[in-house]
Design a protein around this ligand. Structure first.
Ligand SMILES: Nc1nc2c(c(=O)[nH]1)N[C@H]1C(S)=C(S)[C@@H](COP(=O)(O)OP(=O)(O)OC[C@H]3O[C@@H](n4cnc5c(N)ncnc54)[C@H](O)[C@@H]3O)O[C@H]1N2
Ligand code: MOO
Length: 399
């Protein structure tokens, strides 16, 4: 069976995500909107700043009235938040950073370039060009400017921008409701004793935490026992779900009750991807709910979630640029034998070069905790020290 190219798989997933109905919208206060997706463009309603103001603590002047070595009397003091009088001719105004410029003044000199004299006047050490240290009206935005486009995720910077526009609320897409289920009789939740042959469930935590970071609402369906009727009952009880993500049980379809039950009520397409780790991946639909089935090995689950499920989910959420940031780095190791699958290698960046971290087996999660991200080695390609390869930082993949 030939392996499906990763780019093709991603394209199919993104097309499916785009064909789903858009999520509804809601208004949220800024403090509740972190990581949500903006549903409508945010426009400036007024000029920012609304008036010219000083960018330094110093003296506001008419630039033509300043001569090097000459003093001017101080006619007023203007603090940020105050409304100034027009500047009297032949005078300067004490002014502070962010305070509005008085009418008639066209420049500011910073106080370090002046000297306060005993008679209360201020001597200027040099001439002052017009517009010096003045932030003009509308420097940042004019009314009607699109400040934030629809389809972006709202992080601290975007929310601060909305605050500076005076918005107390933003219009965002509602949360995507994602059900998470782990399959396998060997799985036990942490805190419980382990019987022989059992292991702790780590994928549930990886998936629910990653989904929370994406601002999804998570419906934790726990561990599905290897029992067809129980699986049927648990899936039938699922309500108000936009997406089901499972982990495990995708390598050999016939022995898998989840797959069997999904097929009864929908469809399931087992993929074999040219991806390492993460070869088995399932795409399906249960009673109209899309299903993404990730392989059970912890790093296979992690890699398929980050590279395939994440852009799918962000697209469902209405994000226009769902792909994570990546860049090219030199590698500090060799892989002389080319593989047929595109490989994502857990690496640390040391002095800007990618170092491969220990055993890359997909059952091992430990070295991912020391990794800065994934290095992409294309299919049918070997690599030597100094080669330049694409690097996907966890800081962007897990964002
Ligand atoms: N005959 C074949 N066997 C396997 C193939 C294959 O093509 N033919 N593919 C291998 C590859 S590649 C992968 S990846 C795994 C994927 O297996 P499944 O998705 O079916 O997952 P399981 O068999 O249920 O589990 C695999 C492994 O991961 C552990 N696991 C499962 N769930 C969790 C969890 N929630 N938390 C922590 N660890 C988990 C499980 O105990 C197994 O050790 O199949 C290969 N086999
Ligand atoms: O593809 Mo599996 O994910 O290598 O171990």
């Amino acid at each position: 069976m030939s392996l499906l190219n990763v780019d093709t798989a991603l394209q199919i997933l993104l097309e499916q995500a785009q064909s789903c109905a858009s999520l509804g919208i809601e208004e949220l206060p800024l403090d509740a909107a972190e990581n949500r997706v903006l549903a409508e463009p945010l426009l400036a309603q007024f000029a920012m700043p609304p008036w010219p103001n000083s960018s330094m603590d110093g003296y506001a002047v008419r630039s033509t009235e300043v001569q090097a070595g000459q003093a001017l009397p101080v006619s007023q003091k203007i603090f940020a938040g105050h409304s100034p009088e027009p500047l009297a001719e032949g005078t300067c105004a004490r002014i502070f950073t962010g305070a509005p410029m008085p009418e008639g003044a066209d420049a500011v000199e910073m106080q370090e370039n002046t000297e306060e004299l005993n008679d209360g006047t201020v001597r200027f050490m040099q001439t002052v060009p017009t517009a010096k240290f003045v932030r003009p009206k509308g420097q940042e935005a004019m009314p009607g400017d699109v400040i934030l486009p629809a389809g972006i995720r709202l992080g601290p910077i975007e929310l601060a921008m909305a605050a500076s526009l005076g918005c107390a609320q933003v219009t965002v897409r509602r949360q995507l409701r994602v059900a998470v289920v782990s399959t396998g009789d060997e799985l036990v939740e942490p805190g419980q004793p382990l019987a022989p042959g059992q292991i702790y469930n780590s994928n549930r935590t990886m998936l629910t935490q990653s989904l929370h970071r994406l601002s999804c609402a998570v419906i934790d369906m726990g561990i599905l026992p290897d029992n067809a009727q129980l699986t049927r009952d648990r899936l039938a009880a699922m309500k108000d779900v936009d997406l089901l993500i499972s982990s495990g049980g995708v390598s050999v379809g016939e022995a898998d009750y989840l797959g069997q039950v999904i097929r009864e009520e929908g469809e399931l397409d087992f993929w074999k991807l040219a991806l390492k780790p993460g070869k088995p991946f399932t795409l399906g639909r249960y009673q109209g709910v899309p299903v993404l089935g990730l392989p059970g090995n912890p790093t296979s689950s992690l890699v398929t979630f980050l590279l395939l499920a994440r852009p799918y989910i962000l697209t469902r959420m209405g994000v226009t640029e769902p792909m994570a940031q990546h860049f090219v780095v030199p590698v500090n190791f060799a892989m002389p034998v080319a593989g047929v699958r595109r490989e994502f290698i857990r690496v640390a960046l040391v002095d800007g070069r990618a170092e491969k971290l220990g055993n890359q087996c997909s059952g091992i999660l430990r070295n991912a905790t020391q990794a800065h991200g994934l290095l992409e080695l294309p299919e049918n390609t070997s690599c030597a020290v100094g080669d330049q390869l694409r690097f996907w930082p966890f800081s962007s993949l897990l964002n």
